[in-house]
Design a protein around this ligand. Structure first.
Ligand SMILES: Cc1ncc(COP(=O)(O)O)c(C=O)c1O
Length: 363
């Protein structure tokens, strides 16, 4: 057993994990293909039944004219913003300071497309209408990430979304949705995917977050926009000769997990409440608005690690495999609820939090 990362090792040894959809192993792909006929034909460079049917299915689900499947959301989103900037002849987009494009993509938007981002809102809160109205410069596009992952998966009110959308339409600003976790927020908003997407000009969704597939993304919009995005997909090298391993698995897990989003949301609220009963522990948001939240401990990472390891050994329930140091006296981690939560026996979960309350309060 590696001593490099004792928390992760202890987590891996547990019989139950409260978060996620299970291990990211080859079985995930094997399950998706178990019933697929060997004669089933591959797609070829973006054409063929398997890709076209899935694109149509998701375009309909999202209530948009048409769709294109991408190997990654990173590629899909940079392309969407490039198209909107070219259309307006202005290489400026606005988005949240902690959105995926700004902090996780090695400046792809700036380096590859020479697009200048305008950072909106304080990094600790979501974008509000006022932030958009107060913009002192012209932009081609505004990107909203729903939920805002890096601050725990927080959402603006639905009315705020509606007012931002109508303001952008009035001002000729394109509105793009980073919907990596769109399916996961629908139970909170009590809206269909199509209702939310109607507020946006273009939307990207992911098939490996709550859906739990291997990888892959879909970008939707009107015909003209999607035709242009296919050209850019080729330029980016995203037009793989065969994308079917990603498509078949995306489709398989989409059908299985879309009906479970409400359950994941309810379970996230239940689990967050358990955490919030412990002193020195708080979830962000306090009450989750999707299947995800962040857990913040007012305990040093070095002090919490052995506590968690002890709890994992005693209960065989794993809470997290990592801790992120926030400062020398606090740390945090992200939780996304999936299929694993329902498998944890309730009495074991109660025991985990009894131990956590006891051990953390002694610190
Ligand atoms: C909010 C958000 N947007 C975009 C992406 C990019 O997705 P991909 O990994 O498919 O490039 C991610 C991935 O974690 C994400 O969390």
């Amino acid at each position: 057993m590696s001593k490099q990362n004792p928390l992760l090792e202890a987590f891996k040894q547990t019989n139950y994990q409260v978060a996620g959809n299970g291990k990211r192993n080859v079985q995930v792909l094997k399950d998706a293909f178990a019933e697929v006929d060997g004669e089933f034909e591959s797609d070829m460079y973006g054409k063929g039944k398997v890709i076209e049917e899935f694109q149509t299915k998701i375009a309909e689900f999202l209530g948009k004219e048409t769709a294109v499947f991408f190997p990654s959301g990173t590629m899909a989103q940079q392309i969407a913003l490039r198209i909107w900037c070219d259309e307006k002849g202005l290489k400026k987009v606005a988005y949240h300071p902690l959105c995926h494009l700004e902090i996780h993509e090695e400046d792809g938007l700036k380096e590859l497309h020479h697009i200048e981002p305008v950072l909106l809102a304080d990094k600790n809160r979501v974008i509000e209408l006022k932030d958009v109205v107060d913009l002192d410069q012209e932009i081609a596009c505004l990107l909203l990430e729903l939920p805002q992952r890096e601050i725990g998966g927080v959402l603006p009110d639905y009315d705020t979304l509606v007012s931002i959308s109508s303001y952008c339409r009035e001002k000729g600003i394109k509105l793009d949705l980073d919907g990596a976790r769109l399916f996961e927020i629908l139970p909170y908003y009590q809206k269909t995917a199509a209702e939310v997407c109607a507020l946006f000009d273009s939307v990207y969704v992911s098939f490996y977050k709550g859906i739990g597939g291997i990888a892959g993304a879909i970008l939707v919009g009107d015909k003209d926009f999607i035709e242009k995005s296919k050209v850019w997909k080729r330029r980016h090298g995203g037009d793989l000769i065969s994308l079917y391993p990603y498509i078949v698995s995306s489709d398989y897990y989409f059908d299985r997990r879309i009906p479970k989003m409400e359950q994941y949301y309810e379970e996230a609220k239940e689990l967050a409440a358990f955490y919030n009963q412990c002193d020195s522990v708080q979830t962000k948001p306090l009450v989750p608005v999707s299947n995800m939240f962040h857990v913040h401990f007012d305990v040093a990472k070095g002090a919490l690690e052995p506590i968690l390891i002890e709890i994992y050994k005693e209960t065989s329930v794993g809470l997290t495999g990592y801790l992120q140091e926030t400062d020398e006296n606090s740390c945090s981690y992200e939780v996304s609820i999936g299929d694993q939560y329902e498998k944890v026996p309730k009495e074991k979960l109660a025991k985990v939090f009894e131990l956590l309350r006891e051990k953390v309060s002694k610190k």
